[in-house]
Design a protein around this ligand. Structure first.
Ligand code: AMP
Ligand code: GLY
Length: 429
């Protein structure tokens, strides 16, 4: 198979790495790709939202499978364009992609189909928001409707803080994502876990789960980020977690999609809060997570390319690939100022060969002509360790982080959390 991965972050580096290692993969491409994907295949410089150009190039290059990483590509209808051109595509069409691109759509969908989620009201103006808050009890989470690259959610302590956030959002006319609708949502208490389900348009099957760490600093302090680390499988959740998620979340989601004529092909990322009443959906993402994918891919056994191809072709074959009963821990190395700013870094070593069961995946970056790597900054690398248990995986990951830091000229230019998977029963963000 000739496979294209759309996207250029560490998630796509990890997908490309695992797909390239699949027995059925003959050649791997990425658009735009990064310094990692360039080492195992060919990068195309085509924008991730240009579905027509991507489809044309896929036809010319006889691509057998496209795996779409970023939500912006899905929301731009890239999967629709690829399918129209007859190209086998792993990723949902724009219409079902609204489960991520519109939080109001997702909330209404969950309400229609009895999927457990936090109580919420939708407001369209500052006036409406203030009225709703007058009656609000308890903690309040404010969510902008549209895609906002992780900046559209504010967890407040109550109505007063919520008022001030909404005054800023509506007052300066800068609602993250650019829309006008905002959700006010009940604040849930519990532990977060992300469950990934594959769908071929007819069946939807949970395949793996992970926990990520969103705050910049140790002990879940500091600002929210795109994710500073993750581990898989989750620790400390009820033994019957998989059955509960399948029955209460995945089954009604699939029934709802089918009832509404949505043919969902791809991965559905269910962001859950495990409360005293069981799981509640915090968000849906319509693609693999970052950095969760970096800790899922090292656990894959079998032919992952064949698994995604079978889903893309409407007849998912779960025997093609699975997940080893091993643990994986991933630590994100970010530029020092992240998430306040993303300072580009130049001249990083391209060769990231690490010890046994350790991997490093590049974020947004380019291989320079002199053979070194220029990184766009932000989340520069995700370093992972795989082990028979979480402790071993964590030791391998942090050994690899230290090894890498010693090989990178000025290690102080990169920052990372030191507590990823340290105490998974309590430290989950
Ligand atoms: P989202 O972008 O929807 O994933 O939200 C970002 C983060 O906000 C989540 O990972 C949670 O930590 C937090 N969050 C979102 N919704 C809620 C909620 N209803 N209750 C408590 N925390 C929430
Ligand atoms: N790790 C969260 C996300 O991918 O959206």
């Amino acid at each position: 198979m000739r496979i294209l991965v759309v996207g250029g972050g560490a998630r796509e580096d990890a997908l490309s790495w695992r797909l390239a290692a699949s027995p059925s993969c003959d050649a791997i491409f990425a658009a735009p790709g990064n310094a990692g994907t360039a080492t195992r295949g060919i990068n195309w410089s085509i924008p991730i939202t240009d579905g027509i150009a991507l489809a044309r190039r896929c036809t010319e290059e006889r691509i057998d499978l496209v795996v779409v990483g970023p939500e912006v590509a899905i929301a731009a209808g890239v999967c629709d364009r690829l399918r129209e051109a007859g190209i086998s595509t792993f990723g949902p069409n724009r219409s079902s992609g609204r489960l991520e691109s519109s939080k109001v759509y997702a909330k209404r969908f969950m309400e229609r189909h009895g999927i457990p989620t936090a109580r919420a009201v939708v407001v369209h103006s500052l006036d409406g928001a203030m009225k709703a808050l007058d009656e609000w009890q308890g903690g309040c989470v404010i969510k902008a409707d549209g895609l906002a690259a992780g900046k559209g959610v504010v967890v407040t302590s109550g109505p007063d803080e919520a008022r001030s956030v909404l005054q800023q959002w509506y007052g300066t006319n800068k609602i993250p994502g650019g829309g006008t609708d905002v959700l006010l949502e009940e604040k849930l208490e519990g532990r977060e876990v992300s469950v990934f389900a594959l769908s071929d348009g007819r069946a939807m099957i949970p395949i793996a789960a992970a926990c990520d760490y969103k705050r910049a600093g140790d002990g879940d302090t500091g600002p929210n980020t795109g994710g500073m680390g993750a581990y898989s499988p989750p620790a400390g959740f009820p033994a019957e977690m998989n059955d509960i998620v399948r029955e209460r979340i995945i089954a009604p989601v699939l029934r709802g999609l089918l009832a509404e004529g949505e043919q969902y092909v791809g991965v559905l990322y269910c962001g859950l809060m495990w409360t005293s009443d069981g799981p509640q959906v915090i968000e849906f993402n319509v693609r693999f997570g970052d950095p969760e994918t970096q800790v899922l891919m090292p656990r894959v056994t079998g032919d992952f390319a064949e698994l995604l191809k079978s889903a893309a072709d409407g007849a998912i074959d779960l025997s093609a690939a699975g997940f080893a009963a091993r643990a994986c821990v991933g630590v994100v190395l970010a530029s020092a100022e992240y998430p306040r700013s993303s300072t580009p870094l130049e001249g990083l070593p391209a060769n990231l060969e690490l010890g046994l069961d350790a991997q490093a995946f590049w974020g947004g970056s380019k291989l320079a002509e002199n053979g070194t790597v220029n990184s766009g900054g932000g989340r520069v690398l995700t370093v992972t360790g795989l082990g028979d248990d979480l402790h071993l995986a964590r030791t391998r990951a942090y050994d690899a982080v230290r090894d890498l830091a010693a090989r990178i000229d000025k290690p102080t230019r990169l920052s990372f959390r030191t507590d990823i998977a340290a105490a998974p029963n309590v430290t989950i963000s």
